[in-house]
Structure formats: C-alpha cells, structure tokens
Design a protein around this ligand. Structure first.
Ligand SMILES: [Zn+2]
Length: 336
C-alpha cells in the first residue's frame, strides 16, 4: 500500500544521507525534529525501516544499530535502510518512557498512526508515519529493557493478523535469532499499524539499560547479528540467517511475577545467560528487602515450571512493578 506521495529521500543514490524532519516547536525554544538516516545500496531491493528510542529510557539498541549501519557496505547492499535513531526525542531528553507533555496519550508506542493536529506525541507519530512507515516493505521498532532494570531477549510479533501476514511476521522475528519469539498484542504501536496495512513489522525487545561491560557486549552482539539476519532474510544482504530454534510462546503462556511491596530486590537471575533457562516450580527468583527496616519483606517464587523470558537485576523496585516473567513450560514450544 504505497498511495502516499514519495518521501523526500526517494531519489537518494547509493550512499548515506542524514536529515532531521521538523515536527513542532518546544517550550525551550528549540525545534522538535525526528532524525532520519537513509542508507541506500547499489542494487535495488526492499526498503527496511528501523525505528528505535520509541521509549526514552531504552537506549541500548543505539550502539548496536550504529555499529551495524556503519559497517554496511552499500556496494553490497540491495535496497535501502531508513532509520529513525531517536523516535521520541522529548522522552529521551527526560530519560523517561513517555513524552513529558500536559495531555494524555503520551506513549509513542500506543498512538500510531498519530495525528498531525493532535498532541505532541501524536504529531511525532504522524511525522514518522508520513516519512517512514508509509514507504517501507518491512519494519522493526527496536526496544530494550529500560530504567525498570529488566533484561530482555525476545522479538514480539502481532497475534492479530491474517495467517499470511502472521507467517511473514514470524519469519522476520525468527530471522533475528533471539532466545524467544513472543506472539503479543500491541495496539497503537508502529508495528501494529503497519500490520494493519499488510506490511510485516515486529518489535525486538533485547538487553537492558546501564549494564556492565559483559552484558552490554553480549546484547550488542545479539542485536548486530539480529539485524544482519533480518536483512539476509529480506534478501538485502548475502547469505541466510543462522538457523536457530527459539522458544515460542503467546499471551496465554505469559506469567509475570511482581512484588507486592516496594524495596530493594535482590535478584537471583541477573545474568544475560539466565534468560531462556527452564525454572522449576517453587524456585526462589529473588527477595525484597525493606529500605527502612532492612527486613526481608517478600520472597518471589516461580509459580510453575517456565522459561525465564525477562528478569530484573538487583536494585530498587516499586510495589506492583514487573520483576520476572516466565513462559509457562506446558504452553511453550521450541520451533524447529
Ligand atoms: Zn519499549
């Protein structure tokens, strides 16, 4: 579906191009603009859209995407990568998940296709839709664990599509090579909107924030390999993605373990390698220590056998926040 006018970058020749697309003005006097990288290959091929920093505290993908696109040889690239490096600059400036603005609907992950005369978040979405989403053959919206302190290693794809698009979404998700693929729902996201137009689009959710060197390197390698695998799958790069057998689960198999109380969580699962482990029913995942009395006020325990698909590392938690999540073993399958 490409009935919209051609984007400003449609006639870019082989090479790299960077621009900023104005959205609106901000109260600090600066112009709010969306940054756009266009990397065009020598040979024709698909247009692959990448957006990241949709949530302003999920920044790890930045260094992996930078490493990956800097290494792309445009002489060997078929087609084009169109990349929004910071989808929500206002959320990013505030180190927060959502846009700091007065009115509601401030999560860019929930407002697509946006509204050019809506609030600031909706204007950002409308700008990205008009300049990127309406002109791509496939898209990823790249997330990671944010200031909540969680580690992630999965690619989410949309459950609410027809069978053919679902198959394409799953194939794109698998090409990334993460530990898990998760059939999920995310109404209002860029990927969901593109799916409604028949275009495959999925959300990698990998790594975390403020990690040490081991975990940063572990996830950066996973992300760079993932981008390469997806572009091989799309026929934009030579070769094919490494065959992998990810764990697949849907929303019915998803179980989140949340502390009832706030405090300091001592996590027993805070290494990247812990994700994908089969955790037995009754295993202690962590404990919450009261910041004031130093008492252990809660133990978090696996409620059934399941594969650990996100985990929180040790640190402060608010009551009710997501700490650990298991894909229920009985409802999870390893794809061939
Ligand atoms: Zn996110």
């Amino acid at each position: 579906m490409k009935s919209e006018p051609a984007p400003s970058w449609a006639n870019e020749k082989q090479g790299r191009f960077f621009t900023r697309i104005d959205v609106t003005t901000m109260l600090n006097g600066a112009v709010l603009a969306v940054p756009l990288h266009v990397i065009t290959g020598r040979a024709p091929g698909p247009t692959f859209g990448i957006i990241t920093n949709t949530h302003g505290d999920e920044f790890l993908a930045t260094i992996a995407i930078r490493e990956f696109v800097n290494a792309l040889d445009t002489a060997r690239l078929r087609g084009r990568v169109v990349l929004v490096s910071v989808a929500n600059p206002m959320a990013t400036a505030g180190f927060g998940r959502q846009t700091p603005e007065q009115h509601g609907r401030t999560d860019l992950h929930e407002v697509y296709p946006g509204n050019a005369r809506g609030n600031t978040t909706q204007m950002i979405a409308a700008t990205i839709a008009a300049n990127v989403l309406h002109h791509v053959d496939a898209l990823i919206d790249f997330h990671s664990g944010g200031s909540g302190g969680r580690l992630q290693a999965r690619v989410d794809y949309n459950a609410r599509t027809d069978d053919e698009l679902k198959r394409k979404n799953l194939a794109l998700a698998r090409a990334f090579g993460a530990t898990f693929v998760h059939e999920n729902e995310f109404a209002g996201s860029a990927a969901h909107y593109l799916n409604s137009r028949g275009v495959p689009a999925v959300n990698p959710e990998v790594g975390g924030a403020w990690l040490g060197p081991h975990a940063t390197n572990y996830y950066t390698v996973m992300m760079v390999n993932g981008l390469k695998g997806m572009m091989q799958h799309l026929g934009m790069l030579e070769g094919s993605p490494e065959p992998r057998s990810p764990l697949h689960f849907d929303l019915k198999a998803r179980r989140e373990i949340r502390p009832k109380n706030s405090g300091y969580l001592v996590s027993r699962f805070e290494r990247p390698e812990d994700l994908g482990q089969l955790i037995k029913d009754g295993t202690k995942l962590g404990e919450v220590i009261d910041l004031y009395t130093y008492q252990v006020i809660e133990e978090l325990v696996a409620p059934h056998d399941g594969y650990l698909f996100f985990s929180r590392y040790s640190g402060m938690v608010g009551g009710g926040t997501q700490a650990f999540a298991l894909a229920e073993a009985a409802a999870t399958r390893r794809l061939d």
